[in-house]
Design a protein around this ligand. Structure first.
Ligand code: PMP
Length: 456
C-alpha cells in the first residue's frame, strides 16, 4: 500500500498555525461561545463528533438558508458540507417549511400513522424497488433494525461488511482487516461485544474473499454501501455488483444496500442509477429534509416472513422501535422533500454542479502539477491524495492524511467555504449555485499553490 502524496509535517505545521491564528482572530464570538459551552456540554458541543471540524472550535451557527451558512460572528459561507447529506435539500426549502409548519400545528407525534407515511412508502418503492417500508429516527436505526430482521428471517447469526465501512453507530460494522485479519476498528468506544464474533469482513471489490466468507452459509446479510463513501469514495469495479448479487443468492444471504450517502447518485440512489437488485434498502439523512428520519424497505416476501415470525416481537420490546419513528411530523417532511425538492429536475442541476466542482478541482491540480485524483458520485465529488483511486477501504485508509485534510478544510473555511469535516467531499443541493462551486475552486487554487510549493 502506498501512502498519500502530501507535504511533510515540517512544511505543514506553519501553514496550519497561520490558518488557526486567522480563524481565532476572525471568529471571536464562536471562540468565546466554546468556552461557555464547555461548562454545560461534553467537550463544549451538543454531539461529540462536532469536535471534528478543522477549526480550533466549531463555528456556531446563526442561520442557514439555501446553500449558505451564517455564523454568530456574521460570516457567510458557501455550504458544500450540507450537514453531511442531512441538508442535501438545501436549507429551509419552502415546500418543507410549509409542510412542517402546517403539520406541527396539527400534531407532530401521536403514536398514530398519517396518510403521508403510506405516500412516502410508495414513493420509496418507486425509487428503490423494494416493497415494504419502515421508518426510524435515523439511518443508524434503520440499519440496526434491518440487521435484526435479516437475522430473524434467515435464522443465521452473522453479518458481512466491507473493511472500513461506515453505516452509523451500528455495533456489528466496527471492523477492519489488519494484515488480512479481522480486527476491532480503532477507537471503538466501550464495545458491547467482540465484533469478530458477529461479523465477517472482507475488502471491497475482493470477490474471492467475499465468496470464501459467504460459503460458510452463516451470514444473514451483507451490509454495504453501493460505493464506499465514508473512507473516501471507493467505486465498485465493473461486474462487482452482479457478482455480489449472485453470491448472495447462491448462498442464501440477504443483500442490504445502504443508500444514505449514495442518494447523491440520483433520485433512487445507485440502486436505480446502476440497476442494482437488493433485498433490503436503507435510506436516511436527507429524505425528510433534515427532520430526523431513516427508513428501511424490503422485498414483499421478506416482509411476509417477518410478519409470520411468531417468536419475533416487532410490536413491543423486541429491539425494533423508536417512539418518534414514523411520526406525523417526519412523514410530512419526507413527503415534501421527496415529492417537491429531491426531484428529477433537482438532480439534473446538482449533478451538473458536482461535475463543475470536479472539473474545477482537476484543472487546479493539473495547473499546480499535483497528481491527486477526483471522484464524482452524482451530486457529490471528492478529491483525495493519491494519483490512482483506491480499490478498497484498506487502500483508501492508507492515503488519508489528517494534517493535510485539516489544512485544506480550515483554509477553505477561512475563505468562506465549508467542506464536510469527515471527508474532502462536496455535495450540491438544489439551492447551490455555480458561484458557490467557483468560490471553492478559487480557494482550492490558492491552497494548492502553497501545497505544490512544499512538494517541490
Ligand atoms: N449509513 C451511511 C452510509 C452513513 O454514511 C451514515 C452516516 N454518515 C449512516 C448510515 C448513519 O446516519 P445517521 O448518523 O444519520 O444515523
Amino acid at each position: 500500500m502506498t501512502g498519500p502524496i502530501a507535504p511533510s509535517d515540517t512544511a505543514l505545521t506553519p501553514l496550519l498555525a497561520r490558518e488557526t491564528e486567522r480563524f481565532e482572530r476572525e471568529h471571536p464570538a464562536s471562540v468565546a461561545h466554546a468556552a461557555r459551552a464547555r461548562e454545560s456540554l461534553l467537550g463544549g458541543v451538543p454531539m461529540s463528533w462536532m469536535l471534528r471540524w478543522a477549526s480550533p472550535v466549531p463555528l456556531v451557527l446563526r442561520e442557514a438558508r439555501g446553500a449558505t451558512v451564517t455564523d454568530i460572528d456574521g460570516h457567510t459561507y458557501a455550504d458544500l458540507c450540507l450537514g453531511d447529506t442531512g441538508a442535501m435539500t438545501g436549507h429551509g426549502p419552502a415546500p418543507i417549511v410549509e409542510a412542517i409548519t402546517d403539520r406541527y400545528a396539527r400534531g407532530a407525534t401521536a403514536m398514530l400513522p398519517t396518510e403521508d407515511a403510506a405516500w412516502v412508502g410508495t414513493e420509496l418503492t418507486r425509487r428503490f424497488g423494494v416493497d415494504r417500508w419502515q421508518f426510524t429516527v435515523s439511518a443508524t436505526d434503520a440499519n440496526r433494525f434491518a440487521l435484526r430482521m435479516a437475522r430473524a428471517i434467515t435464522g443465521r447469526p452473522k453479518v458481512l461488511v466491507f473493511s472500513y465501512c461506515y453505516h452509523g453507530t451500528v455495533d456489528e460494522a466496527f471492523i477492519t482487516l489488519e494484515d488480512g485479519r479481522p480486527a476491532v476498528r480503532e477507537g471503538n468506544v466501550g464495545p458491547a461485544f467482540d465484533v469478530r464474533e458477529t461479523t465477517r469482513a472482507v475488502e471491497f471489490n475482493d470477490l474471492d474473499a467475499l465468496e470464501r466468507e459467504l460459503r460458510h452459509e452463516d451470514v444473514a446479510v451483507v451490509l454495504t454501501e453501493p460505493a464506499l463513501t465514508n473512507i473516501g469514495i471507493v467505486l465498485p469495479e465493473p461486474g462487482f455488483h452482479d457478482e455480489l448479487r449472485r453470491l448472495c443468492t447462491e448462498t442464501g444471504t440477504l443483500l442490504l444496500i445502504d443508500e444514505t450517502h449514495t442518494l447523491s447518485a440520483g433520485p433512487g440512489g445507485c440502486t436505480q442509477a446502476w440497476g442494482l437488485d437488493p433485498d433490503i434498502v436503507v435510506v436516511g439523512k436527507a429524505i425528510a429534509g433534515g427532520v430526523p428520519t431513516g427508513a428501511f424497505g424490503m422485498r414483499a416476501e421478506l416482509a411476509a416472513r417477518m410478519l409470520a415470525d411468531r417468536d419475533a416481537d416487532i410490536e413491543d420490546v423486541g429491539g425494533v422501535g423508536g417512539t418518534l419513528a414514523g411520526n406525523a411530523l417526519s412523514m410530512a417532511a419526507a413527503r415534501a422533500a421527496l415529492g417537491e425538492v429531491l426531484t428529477d429536475d433537482a438532480y439534473a442541476h446538482t449533478i451538473a454542479l458536482a461535475g463543475r466542482f470536479a472539473d474545477g478541482v482537476r484543472d487546479v491540480l493539473a495547473r499546480h502539477g499535483v497528481p491527486w485524483h477526483v471522484t464524482q458520485l452524482g451530486a457529490r465529488a471528492e478529491y483525495r491524495f493519491s494519483a490512482e483511486p483506491p480499490r478498497d477501504g484498506g487502500a483508501s485508509a492508507a492515503i488519508g492524511h489528517e494534517g493535510l485534510e485539516q489544512f485544506l478544510h480550515l483554509h477553505a473555511l477561512n475563505r468562506g467555504v465549508l467542506i464536510t469535516p469527515f471527508h474532502n467531499m462536496a455535495l450540491m443541493s438544489p439551492a447551490t449555485a455555480e458561484a458557490d462551486v467557483d468560490r471553492h475552486t478559487a480557494a482550492f487554487d490558492d491552497a494548492l499553490g502553497e501545497i505544490a510549493a512544499t512538494l517541490g
